[in-house]
Design a protein around this ligand. Structure first.
Ligand code: GDP
Length: 312
């Protein structure tokens, strides 16, 4: 199987998984329209949470709490309260989205496996910062894939932003170094650096990323100021393993969840909150440049519960 076929198969699987999750959260919504809280009600609630990738420990804890309630309405309210409490540790403080990041240039290293949405998210972040009056510089640090370099250059063109890039196969550390130095010299206040994301289980990738991080620190002491991992929200519990690996090696300072649109639902986020409580800075919910919003537990939960009127 070629790499492209392998990736396509992976994307198809993720898509299927997302569809299933969508159906499950729809199920949850249906459960709350019932009139009584009998054994069947709680059994279905339990099934639905488990199937929604909330995880067995948390599901058992939540069930023990909501069983005390007498009506579907109060179960719904209690469950929402538990979800809020679970997500509270993930709320960034102060919110990265609102604060004008300092010091300038503020260097953000974007990490994550291929296909998670790194390049697209960099474009969305750049747009977000532009909207807040910032002057971002993009750096094509995924020198492993020619397509990733081109993709970032296309986004740079559309956003009318400079992109520091080299040829495919070039040293990623050198590109990152040049990018940060260029940002300092040209007075940019935000630097967004793309990185390679081929199989996260391969040690050489992590070595390379660690080197990129060190080199950035040489170009600008104290940088990178953020190391954000981009996480495809449709991949469920696998997300935990990914975050763990990036976090162990790179010391993540936050997450961005992508593909929270359509049927993609992210029950595993609750387990993530318990095991690796890193702030979630933004939620990506589409392929458009505007489809990025700061994370708030309330909006996220409404989305999970199928209330699409709430924009995240
Ligand atoms: P990278 O390999 O991590 O750089 O990922 P890309 O940025 O190339 O994104 C992989 C695919 O996911 C592309 O087809 C993107 O358009 C798509 N994508 C990225 N973010 C989102 C999102 O929030 N929602 C949806 N539906 N698709 C997204």
């Amino acid at each position: 199987m070629s790499i492209i076929e392998f990736r396509k198969a992976g994307l198809a699987l993720a898509h299927e998984f997302a569809k299933q999750l969508g159906a499950m959260w729809q199920r949850l919504k249906r459960i709350f329209t019932r009139r009584i809280t009998d054994a069947a009600f709680f059994a279905e609630l339990e099934d639905t949470l488990l199937a929604g990738d909330v995880g067995p420990t948390l599901t058992a804890e939540w069930l023990a709490q909501v069983r005390k309630e007498k009506t579907p309405e109060t179960v719904d309210q209690t469950l929402r309260g538990l979800m809020h409490a679970a997500l509270a540790p993930l709320t960034p403080s102060p919110p990265a989205a609102d604060a004008a990041p300092t010091p300038a240039p503020y260097v953000i290293l974007i990490l994550g496996v291929n296909g998670a949405g790194k390049t697209t998210t960099i474009a969305k972040l750049a747009h977000h910062f532009q909207q807040h009056g910032r002057r971002p510089l993009l750096v094509a640090g995924d020198t492993f894939r020619a397509a990733a370099i081109e993709q970032l250059q296309v986004w740079g063109g559309r956003l009318q932003l400079p992109v520091i890039a080299s040829t495919p196969g070039a040293d990623a550390g050198a590109v990152a170094f040049d990018g940060v130095r260029a940002a300092v010299a040209r007075g940019h206040d935000v630097v967004l650096i793309d990185t390679a994301g081929r199989l996260h289980t391969r040690v050489p990738l992590m070595d390379e990323l660690a080197k990129v991080q060190r080199v950035i620190g040489k170009a600008l002491p104290g940088a990178p100021h953020e190391r954000w991992c981009i996480l495809d929200a449709t991949i469920g519990q696998n997300a935990l393993a990914q975050v763990q690996q990036f976090h162990e090696r790179m010391g993540l300072t936050g997450l961005i969840l992508t593909k929270c649109d359509g049927t993609a639902k992210a029950g595993a986020v609750f387990t993530l909150a318990r095991t690796i409580p890193l702030p979630i800075h933004f939620i990506g919910s589409g392929e458009q440049i505007e489809s990025l919003a700061p994370f708030t537990p309330a909006a996220f939960i409404e989305r999970l519960l199928g209330n699409t009127a709430v924009t995240t």
